[in-house]
Design a protein around this ligand. Structure first.
Ligand code: ADP
Length: 360
């Protein structure tokens, strides 16, 4: 038969969906013979094809290997985080539900005056649950989750960042509703003046803003979430696109207690008494969620270290013989695991929140 024609008329799809009679034609997608595509790449492209067996228009001029990278490494079909896994942050959860999840679930209601912004910024100290919130949003809104760290675009994908960004937004638009989570978004959209050697990062930034513009206001069900612990580096253009800006602060004392309890109980280790857990919370003022996780990790090593000190060999050790974790273990761990955020930094976040935050 004749090679099929795509929307642009001269396009010949690279995928043989009709028994292989497109043969060895050179495709505009790969710039190579379609037979030269790796099987894995071909399978990946096939999954993105519409019911007509053709690749959606947005993906046609992109390099297959970049599409494959987005599908395999950046796209996460099952982010596996639920609201209930996240301690505290009640206010942020409530806002996100209204601003983001409902619109993704009911686009028909959230249009016109109610149409939501397509960009959300989560800012605050590192290790406070920003990534968890992104994943939970995707889970609750039944959306496909895409995770990319902006610094990898400039470090790992030197010279190819723009193309990868196009592939990312292209695949996301075929996988709607979609949530694109850009970690360390400051490194992409910073206001630092870029000169000479940074020409490429300027182009990357432009490409990114163009892509965002492309789905903003349209009917696309794509939400962009930027996360940063350096919000002060974002420029005006970035702030304008990330219309909702939520401060994700350090966990409260209750949230810290919850994190400890949750981690220990999940492992079936034991239950801390209320007094012990209160005492630990008093001593962990200023610890982030991930600091708490590290603290618990270190504390649960206590019983093990003690057994080994007593001369029991690690290979002969029985799990049943380990004593429970005690307040003393936490005391010891507190000396090892220090809070990672300084009070100066906290002041900076609060100031920025007052000036630019959505809920200040
Ligand atoms: P970031 O704010 O840097 O994106 P993450 O969401 O990646 O932080 O959190 C890192 C880890 O710290 C999580 O995997 C989780 O174990 C723990 N953590 C941080 N914040 C919370 C929280 N609010 N509730 C439960 N665990 C948390």
């Amino acid at each position: 038969g004749f090679p099929r024609r795509g929307i642009r008329g001269n396009f010949i799809p690279p995928i043989r969906s009709n028994g292989g009679n497109t043969g060895n034609t050179t495709s505009r997608i790969s710039g190579k013979c379609d037979d030269a595509l790796e099987d894995s790449t071909r399978r990946c492209l096939e999954l993105l094809c519409g019911p007509d067996g053709e690749l959606p228009e947005k993906l046609r001029n992109l390099e297959p290997r970049l599409i494959e990278h987005v599908s395999n490494e950046i796209m996460d079909r099952d982010p596996n985080v639920r609201w209930d896994d996240i301690a505290g942050l009640e206010h942020a959860k409530k806002c996100v539900t209204e601003m983001v999840i409902w619109p993704l679930l009911r686009p028909d209601i959230f249009k016109g005056c109610r149409s939501p912004g397509k960009g959300l910024l989560l800012f605050g100290p590192p290790g406070t649950g920003k990534t968890m919130i992104g994943k939970a949003i995707a889970g609750e809104a039944k959306a496909t989750f895409f995770y990319i760290s902006a610094s990898s675009l400039t470090s790992k994908w030197i010279g190819e960042g723009e193309k990868l960004v196009r592939a990312l937004f292209g695949v996301a638009s075929c996988r709607q509703p979609a949530v694109i989570f850009v970690d360390e978004v400051d490194s992409l959209l910073s206001q630092r003046k870029s000169e000479g050697e940074h020409e490429s990062s300027r182009r990357l930034k432009t490409q990114f803003l163009i892509e965002m513009e492309g789905f903003d206001g349209g009917n696309e069900q794509i939400l962009l979430i930027g996360a940063t612990n350096r919000p002060q580096e974002l420029d005006e253009a970035a702030r304008r696109r990330l219309t909702k800006r939520l401060y994700i602060p350090l966990p409260s004392s209750e949230a810290r207690a919850w994190i400890i309890r949750n981690l220990l109980e999940k492992d079936g280790l034991f239950k801390l008494s209320k007094e012990d857990s209160d005492a630990i919370c008093k001593l962990t003022e200023g610890y982030s969620g991930s600091d708490m996780k590290n603290l618990v990790k270190d504390a649960t090593m206590g019983p093990l270290r003690e057994a080994l000190r007593q001369g029991i060999e690690i290979t002969k050790l029985k799990k049943e013989d380990l004593r429970p974790v005690t307040l003393q273990d936490f005391d010891d761990a507190l000396r090892e695991v220090r809070p990672s955020v300084s009070s100066n930094e906290l002041v900076m976040y609060e100031e920025w929140n007052k000036q630019f935050g959505s809920l200040a």
